[in-house]
Write a protein that binds this ligand. Sequence first.
Ligand code: G16
Length: 599
Amino acid sequence: MANFKVSRVETTPFEGQKPGTSGLRKKVKVFIQPHYLQNFVQATFNALGADRVEGATLVVSGDGRYYSKDAIQIITKMAAANGVRRVWIGQNGLLSTPAVSAVVRERVGADGSKATGAFILTASHNPGGPHEDFGIKYNMENGGPAPEGITNKIYENTTTIKEYLIAEGLPDVDISTTGVSSFEGPKGKFDVDVFDSTSDYLKLLKYECFSYVQKQMSFCFQSIFDFPAIQKLLSSPKFSFCYDALHGVAGVHAKRIFVEELGANESSLVNCVPKEDFGGGHPDPNLTYAKELVARMGLSKTHSEPNPPEFGAAADGDGDRNMVLGKRFFVTPSDSVAIIAANAVQAIPYFSGGLKGVARSMPTSAALDIVAKHLKLKFFEVPTGWKFFGNLMDAGMCSICGEESFGTGSDHIREKDGIWAVLAWLSILAYKNKDNLGEGNLVSVEDIVCQHWAIYGRHYYTRYDYENVNADGAKDLMAHLVKLQSSIDEVNKLIKGIRSDVSNVVHADEFEYKDPVDGSVSKHQGIRYLFEDGSRLVFRLSGTGSEGATIRLYIEQYEKDSSKIGRDSQEALAPLVEVALKLSKMQEYTSRSAPTVIT
Ligand code: G16
């Protein structure tokens, strides 16, 4: 057993180590500066306090992007020096963000240990490679992102840090081979356990119900999805499937789950080998960046695909996001969560007892609100950031939640879950087609969405992203929009001067959220203009970029009239888009004549 000593290394604070919407994300060249990562990790240990760190079991893994392997070794050595008892690492350092959450909540070590927290190494949907982004965030013992109370404390610590602790004499761990390595430090034993990346996550997702009766008591163990039903769908010659991991970590889980467990053809998987630079692409599952899938599904404007699959999906770098597509058909993430919620009880065994409640982030369309109303479910609107759903789930108030930013998930873990969303859609498709796989026409993704709109109405929805614009210009634009809110009459006059066919604004504010569980208040969570006919314009600055600023403009319009629900969404929203761009003086403040991404 190798021994190590603890070294105290002097350091000075770096500016700007404030975690954003989901952890600290910066260019690799920033992270590789001497002491940069170390300061943040030590600040996290300091913020957590010795009682949460000494003797702890920590998961350390991520999406495998450039610099992850070095970071894993550094964090492991710092964990050892800070008195952590065990570090758990997914094989090759690969665990999707939802898999980390599952491991924290579910995995039991050979010695009966349970994880108490996790460092997740990812910059999510941001590109990777030596000139691109790296990121790190801390998740708590419930498997969810650290709440603002902790991230603020981490940040405070980064501004005063003077030293960090690191193990000297601890060799680099071989993370390519599973197994436990043990070491001895000043505070006792330290173990590094490298384990299979998918087993625990798969165990959670797979529905296995068996009851047995013992001493007049019956037990039933079940998990989430009915795998045999999905298997039947995937093996039907009528059905075809395509999954694009954009070279992110979801590819590792996808091969095990879709191919080995569910019997999908290996050729259904695209870009499923994780790469440190995501193959040079932007691992963001949307219509702009998931080009290959978009073309395969018959949605490319430049390429015509004669026979697209029935169902397609993509993931982001760390596998927590999802984009769902039907044959030549795009499902907005806001519709996706509403449709999953509307069908969950019938189609997904985990929810067969009913939903505790549903939630969405503020900029997400109100499609979910209507489902909640129809089904008489508790409903919550939270600020952008998955961490806000965690308290509701821990308090048993919410089962399903989703965001317009391609995040969907449930209370099985405390992160959004890209593969869960795909399995949820496959379950709905399997349920709707349970009698059609032999004779009869397949109920398609498009059919399911159109049937949903016919019942609940349609929320036309689009998001314009202005990425990496001048930060001062972006701030000025937001200040201008806040100032305008002081006179609704003035706003309405301006709007009528732009488009007379757009309804009146009835309320305008900056979104503020009071957490119903712990009473904490989050202010300045996006600028809202709410219209008489239910339309909304929302403006926010992204909290996940690593350079400049990204302005997000969210545009939504509700249509109840079933004769008007089949329009092209960009066409239907054109008047509101025009109002939004002119009202905000977008071009003036950003010097951009068009957004970088439209979804
Ligand atoms: C994170 C958060 C999400 C949020 C998204 C976009 O996702 O967990 O809740 O919606 O960022 O945030 P923003 O609009 O501030 O860029 P991820 O997938 O990047 O971890």
